[in-house]
Ligand binder design. Structure first.
Ligand SMILES: [Zn+2]
Length: 353
């Protein structure tokens, strides 16, 4: 069995009181964390940086950020994960972004014109420098495209899946991979309102339906990876939890970095004061704000599952798929802490066996 539906969070958000919902989800997250830590870790996990893109600070930190700097830089990451199952070791790619295809997302397509005058026309290599493509990352570690069993994303903003999973005209780069996605995210993406559509790549999900596995609830992959429905950033948002030698990593885009999950300890201008003034435990990443109450609860769940980082216990072990980093073009915004790159275990490649 590779995929198992789990019920740890079932009904945890049923109460009409947001405070009671938060308390219930927090308690369930503590229980889930303990349960998952008793199971086996992944056999391999490695992160890669793909591309850095400008993102408005008013979305990244909402009202908490106190400087006028209009943009920051977020880094889109790829995670290669392998885990044991009763059917052998499986390979999962988390957030493989098709940098070229994703550029057609309406928000991205407009961003060059939306930038302040001095930044217009500086070119992609300065504004959104590519660090590496997915193909280069896999080539670097010797993983063949046929080795990939699953791909998943914490949500489908900006993603163009056609290159990876194929269309009715072309087979796709990963011949055996299936997409794991919450049914709500998939169905949202097929019926978007205008404010949502700005962030989804037109036609990007036109892939062979046989390649898509819709998840109807929280799901374990083997016993080392979990996909948990964490609505907020989008209605169908999910967090990917990986059990490693460094504890549980939680990947999502409900927040843009560890600062967002521990704002009281953040040195980013405005965040600690915001946390103190409101008594807020998290700062939401809000471009479309599909569900801010749910997002708050989801972020508390994510940081509770993650627990403290072993690299800096002041911050939770969250490994955001799009994490903000300091960049010379956008002064005044630099993270207090970032997990950085991760690499655990030994890769198994069928091509090499
Ligand atoms: Zn998003």
């Amino acid at each position: 069995m590779v995929l198992t539906v789990i019920e740890d969070f079932n009904g945890a958000r049923d109460d009409s009181s947001p405070q009671r919902r938060l308390a219930e989800v927090r308690e369930r997250a503590q229980g889930f964390r303990q349960r998952m830590l008793e199971l086996a870790p992944v056999t391999y996990m490695r992160s890669f940086k793909l591309v850095r893109v400008p993102y408005p600070t008013r979305y990244a930190f909402r009202d908490a950020f106190s400087l006028p700097t209009p943009y920051l830089h977020i880094v889109n990451r790829l995670f290669v994960v392998q885990f044991s199952t009763t059917e052998g070791v499986k390979t999962l790619l988390v957030s493989p972004s098709d940098i070229e295809g994703n550029a057609a997302t309406p928000f991205f397509a407009r961003i060059a014109q939306a930038l302040p005058k001095p930044l217009q026309g500086v070119g992609q290599s300065v504004l959104a420098p590519i660090v590496a493509t997915v193909e280069e990352c896999l080539g670097h570690i010797g993983l063949s495209p046929a080795d990939v069993d699953y791909v998943t994303y914490d949500h489908l903003h900006t993603q163009d899946l056609r290159k990876w999973l194929g269309t009715d005209k072309a087979p796709g780069y990963f011949p055996n991979a299936k997409l794991l996605v919450m049914r709500q995210e998939w169905e949202s993406a097929l019926g978007l309102l205008p404010t949502q559509a700005d962030w989804y790549c037109p036609g990007g999900l036109d892939v062979d339906p046989e390649r898509v596995i819709l998840l109807d609830g929280d799901t374990m992959l083997g016993e080392s990876v979990a996909i948990i429905h964490t609505p907020g950033h989008t209605e169908g948002n999910q967090s990917i939890v990986t059990h490693t030698d460094e504890g549980l990593f939680v990947t999502s885009e409900n927040g843009v970095g560890p600062d967002s999950y521990a704002p009281e300890r953040s040195q980013i201008p405005g965040l600690a004061r915001y946390a103190r003034t409101l008594g807020a435990e998290v700062v939401l990443n809000g471009n479309t704000l599909e569900g801010s109450v749910d997002q708050y609860i989801s972020m508390v769940a994510e940081k509770t599952i993650a627990g403290p980082s072993k690299r800096n216990p002041d911050f939770p072990n969250v490994l955001c798929s799009s994490e903000f980093e300091a960049y010379w073009l956008f002064p005044g915004v630099s993270p207090t802490f970032g997990v950085g790159d991760v690499c655990f275990g030994r890769l198994q490649s069928r091509a090499r066996v």
